[in-house]
Design a protein around this ligand. Structure first.
Ligand code: NAD
Ligand code: UDP
Length: 316
């Protein structure tokens, strides 16, 4: 049994990760400030004697004796990370410093949840890990993109300078149950709009692309990365290479929810990347042939069913 700290553990991905780590027989500390996460996401874990929930902000130091750390704390949806952009940068940068300091002191292995956003609006397609990216350093997405880029820098420097055992994954758009209904990301927005019979808001003409990964595939990739061979630190792309336009996604969700919702077009936000698709050759090679298993159709059905329950049981 390992003692594992999950920062951002009450969020969408973190809550699934806590559940998986407990099932594997670990002792889990879930740390969160509840900015975008919620106790509802981890309520089913609270009775487990090996689960501990701590309200804490990663911009402040945290002390605990742990074997592994998954550093996920950071709002991930544009509307949330743009709400207080200074705080977003602080969360990524100071959070990384505090968690790396902890890892250094207790000699824990630490995995950073980085992002495809480090590639910005990419000029090469699909994106490989050796591409340095095309990020606007002073735009509305910069607090997130540059915060995550600086966190990667800190991870590499703590590794090279202090021998901290690090792993970096670059996560591409991931969806699934436990996304917040007002999260603002495209999959949850479209599903909630369809289920409520509201207009579906496509930003721009819907020709921009994303590659959508179901959360279970991500967790498998992250856990294989945590136990990958010594000396392999990443960064490694973890995403589903099947690429869809946002218009295709909207049509698919309308069909699966059997909805009468109409598509409307709204202005494209500034610096919105036009295309995104991971090259996952490195993950396949280093992570024991890891590749996504859940197709969009199947993942959307599970996610729609989650939101149907949520919307019928609570007053969202
Ligand atoms: P989320 O917003 O649901 O979860 C983030 C969690 O971090 C929330 O529970 C939030 O309350 C917590 N948090 C935020 N600031 C904090 C702080 N200062 N101190 C402590 N806790 C704090 O988002 P998610 O989709 O679950 O993303 C989890 C991680 O994965 C993030 O680091 C995100 O950048 C990364 N990621 C996610 C995606 C995706 O598509 N979901 C893609 C790339 C990277
Ligand atoms: N998007 C959209 N309608 C929405 C929410 C998002 O058309 O209601 C678009 C958004 O402009 C972007 C894509 O969907 O092009 C993915 O957006 P999301 O916020 O989910 O992720 P990110 O842009 O960070 O990849």
């Amino acid at each position: 049994m390992k003692r594992i700290l999950v920062t951002g553990g009450a969020g969408f991905i973190g809550s699934h990760l806590c559940g998986r780590l407990l099932k594997e027989g670990n002792d889990v500390i879930c740390l969160d400030n509840y900015f975008t996460g919620s106790k509802r996401n981890i309520a089913h874990l609270l009775d487990n004697p090996y689960f501990e929930l701590v309200r804490h902000d990663v911009t402040a130091p945290y002390f605990a004796e742990v074997d592994q750390i998954y550093n996920l704390a950071c709002p991930a949806s544009p509307i949330h990370y743009q709400f207080n952009p200074i705080k977003t940068t602080k969360t990524s940068v100071m959070g990384a410093i505090n968690m790396l300091g902890l890892a250094k002191r207790v000699k824990a292995k630490i995995l950073q949840a980085s992002t495809s956003e480090v590639y910005g609006d990419p000029e090469i397609h699909p994106q490989t890990e050796n591409y340095w990216g095309n990020v606007n350093p002073i735009g509305i997405r910069s607090c997130y993109d540059e915060g995550k880029r600086c966190a990667e820098t800190l991870f590499m420097d703590y590794h090279n300078q202090n021998n901290v055992d690090i792993k970096i994954v670059r996560i591409f758009n991931t969806y699934g149950p436990h996304m917040h209904p007002n999260d603002g990301r495209v999959v949850s927005n479209f599903i909630v709009q369809c289920l409520k019979g509201e207009d579906i808001t496509i930003f721009g003409d819907g020709s921009q692309t994303r590659s959508f990964q179901y959360v279970d595939d991500l967790l498998e990739g992250m856990s294989r990365m945590m136990i990958s061979r010594d000396g392999f630190v990443g960064p490694v792309n973890i995403g589903n290479p099947n690429e869809f336009t946002i218009l295709e996604l909207a049509k698919k969700i309308i069909e699966l929810t059997n909805s009468n919702s109409k598509i409307i077009n709204q202005p494209l936000p500034k610096d919105d990347p036009t295309q995104r698709q991971p090259n996952i050759n490195l993950a396949k090679k280093e992570l024991n042939n890891w590749e996504p298993k859940v197709q969009l159709h199947e993942g959307l059905i599970k996610t729609i069913s989650y939101f149907e329950d949520l919307l019928s049981n609570t007053k969202w």
